[in-house]
Ligand binder design. Structure first.
Ligand SMILES: NC(=O)C1=CN([C@@H]2O[C@H](COP(=O)(O)OP(=O)(O)OC[C@H]3O[C@@H](n4cnc5c(N)ncnc54)[C@H](OP(=O)(O)O)[C@@H]3O)[C@@H](O)[C@H]2O)C=CC1
Ligand SMILES: CC(=O)C(=O)O
Ligand SMILES: [Mg+2]
Length: 632
């Protein structure tokens, strides 16, 4: 295991140069790259560690005053501090006399949340809890994911982003504005944690299906990373939400006195690209080469470009393109058990030809190719529309991206979705357009006429942007539809049967991918990992899920799904030489589990240890010291 001459010395001197040299390292020796990566992380963080009393999992007792145990959300246990802890830590008397277990506190949280009728107020309660008592917040979220995910995530998080200027209270995450260009590293240095492993970053240009929300988009990154911890047990201090504020083109926001971001139009072109490059380099410089950077809710034109530009030189993925692809593919695999067809039998029609749609289509093609279908043939089975209608080869030069061209058909242009459905006769209709209600009752009825079990996904978020509701889907197909939606819909009753539609949301995927990637120190995330994630997800769906009308496991099983995805990713990372954490663990599940966040309180008592017995206790009796001798 020998590094190329002088390379390690260069990396040690300039950690950021590992980035440029990684391919050389990989070519020279895979284990050598693996050995160098932790070195880079160590060096990158050592000179930039700020002083903080509680960093990561490490508590510096002499720097923490008694009352900090109540004020610091990472230390606070509320009334769960025991009498011994209260007295030892100097907080006795700062709280009422009552003692409560974490379980009793969880009951109180449930009562408190249920007293609010407005989802946004529930959201604010949870934000406050997160700021007050971190372990209680994450345990509450993790154990009540079915009820609370719609609050911390879609749909309520969308509303929270829209009202961000009104509800903004305390900082969570980093805001890096275009005014900071040239000094991005210095801004990142201000983040008090030195062991960040995963970043979720947005520039707020396409927040869910709500359009350009500028700096208000921070809420999405905060919500996604809350799910990293709740659904995959990734430690919160290892997660960093980042908002890149390059302005907004949303006129309403620019005129809104409550708007918290830069009051200017979006920076574009070379200036914007240079800013992104500086950001990526600064992350590597501060946190090391293998820091996971999840791109979230960027505008379409940038999302694909940045994925292509950074995927082979950074540890990055685009959740809207790749995470969504995996969750949809998981649902498609599972649907074959209901329709009795194979994925290679399906004809697909996508409403929308953006990040989500193209991402899913590309993974469907990969899945078909894995089953022996030639790539071109697979692409022919996939039809797509955007706002101008069917993607056809007759489109004006330059109007379709290279990604979209793969799905353009050599047919006459068509605009009307209903006519397109009649002509294409898809088995699977997938909406990722943010165009609410475009799956009309007529279109759903045509799907039901052409298919015994039509597959319909209305993936657009939040709820009011869905292409159709669950109710419309079941009612217009005699209950035969195999349906999923991006945001949750309530169960639908029909002819004495209750359907519980599943939530086709990338939340089933990204936490598990992230856990596998950061634990293995994967340096580049391959598309294979998303296909693996899709298969793991589909394999977890059992007959009872399908019987109740869902292509996905219940949300309270997502933690197990995340673990299986992480195991699959871990195996793939080692098999393909993408991992940099060595040696490879033999029991991968246990290895992953050992690194998870602990939701339960731990003792706050200062650690004591047996004082070592001093050597003089055991030594032979001292010889009388002869100070003066007159023996001579
Ligand atoms: N369930 C999930 O996990 C996920 C859901 N989504 C949701 O999917 C939606 C789209 O996201 P994304 O793909 O990133 O956005 P993009 O902006 O990249 O793509 C939107 C696409 O929809 C097309 N479109 C817009 N209006 C219509 C219409 N009336 N008829 C047909 N096509 C139309 C657009 O066409 P044009 O470009 O010509 O305007 C574009 O091709 C959002 O609501 C988002 O929340 C996204 C990621 C994950
Ligand atoms: C779920 C998600 O990532 C989106 O709607 O953008
Ligand atoms: Mg998204």
């Amino acid at each position: 295991m020998k590094l190329p001459e002088g390379l390690l010395a260069k990396i040690v001197k300039e950690p950021a140069s590992l980035h440029g040299n990684l391919s050389k390292l990989c070519a020279a020796s895979r284990p050598a790259a693996a050995a160098a990566a932790p070195v880079a992380r160590q060096i990158a963080t050592s000179d930039s560690r700020p002083f903080h009393d509680v960093v990561g999992d490490v508590l510096c007792p002499s720097g923490v005053r008694g009352i900090d145990h109540l004020r610091d959300p990472r230390l606070n246990k509320g009334l769960a501090f025991t009498l011994e802890e209260r007295q030892t830590l100097g907080i006795h008397g700062l709280q009422p006399a009552r003692f409560k277990t974490q379980e009793e506190q969880l009951e109180l949280c449930k009562i408190a949340v249920s007293r609010y009728t407005e989802p946004l107020n529930k959201y604010l309660y949870l934000v406050d809890l997160q700021d007050r008592n971190e372990r209680l917040f994450y345990r509450f979220l993790a154990e009540n994911i079915e009820h609370l995910m719609p609050i911390v995530y879609t749909p309520t998080v969308g509303l929270a982003c829209q009202r961000f200027g009104l509800i903004y209270r305390r900082p969570r995450g980093l805001f890096i504005s275009y005014n900071d260009r040239g000094y991005v590293f210095d801004v990142i240095k201000n983040w008090p944690e030195s062991d960040v492993r995963a970043i979720c970053v947005t520039d707020g240009e396409r927040i869910l299906g709500l359009g350009d929300l500028g700096a208000n988009g921070m809420g999405i990154c905060v919500g996604k990373l809350a799910l990293y911890t709740a659904l995959a047990g990734i430690k919160p201090h290892r997660c960093l939400p980042i908002l890149l504020d390059v302005g907004t083109n949303n006129i309403d926001l620019l005129e809104d006195p409550l708007y918290v971001g830069l009051r200017q139009k979006r920076v574009v072109g070379k200036e914007y690209d240079d800013f992104l490059d500086e950001f990526m380099e600064a992350i590597v410089k501060r946190y090391g080469q293998n820091t996971l950077i999840q791109f979230e809710d960027f505008g379409n034109h940038n999302a694909f470009r940045f994925l292509d530009r950074y995927r082979n030189s950074y540890c990055t993925f685009n959740d809207d393109i790749q995470g969504t692809a995996a969750v949809a593919m998981g649902g498609i695999y599972a649907s074959t058990r209901v329709t009795g067809k194979s994925i290679t039998d399906y004809t697909f029609l996508f409403a929308g030809a953006g990040e989500a749609a193209v991402g899913i289509a590309d993974l469907v093609v990969k899945a078909m190719v894995a089953e022996g279908v030639p790539k071109d043939e697979a692409r022919q089975k996939i039809w797509m529309i955007d706002i101008d209608g069917l993607l056809t080869t007759t489109r004006k030069e330059g109007s379709l991206s290279d990604h979209q061209k793969n799905y353009a058909k050599d047919v006459e242009p068509m605009k009307n979705l209903q006519e397109i459905v009649e002509k294409v006769k898809p088995n699977v209709l997938i909406g990722a357009s943010a165009a609410a209600g475009i799956f009309t009752p007529e279109i759903l009825r045509i799907m039901a006429t052409n298919n015994e079990r039509p597959v319909v996904f209305a993936l657009s978020n939040p709820t009011h942007k869905a292409e159709c509701t669950a109710d419309q889907a079941y009612k217009n197909t005699d209950g035969r539809v195999v349906f999923s939606s991006g945001s949750p819909f309530p169960p639908v009753e029909m002819n004495g049967k209750t359907f519980y539609p599943g939530q086709g949301n990338n939340a089933y995927i990204f936490p598990g991918i992230a856990l596998g990637v950061i634990t293995t120190g994967t340096h580049h995330i391959s598309d294979d990992m998303f296909l693996i994630a899709a298969r793991e997800l589909a394999n977890f769906v059992d007959q009872s899920d399908l019987d109740r009308g869902s292509l996905y496991p219940p949300l309270n099983a997502v933690r197990e799904v995340s673990m299986r995805i992480a195991e699959g990713v871990t195996k793939c990372a080692y098999d393909k030489g993408l991992a940099s954490t060595y040696p490879e663990p033999s029991d991968k599940r246990k290895w992953l589990q050992d690194q998870l966040y602990k939701f339960n309180y731990e003792s706050s008592m200062p650690v004591t240890w047996p004082w070592p017995r001093m050597p003089y206790v055991k030594t032979r009796p001292l010889e009388p010291t002869i100070l003066f001798s007159d023996s001579k």
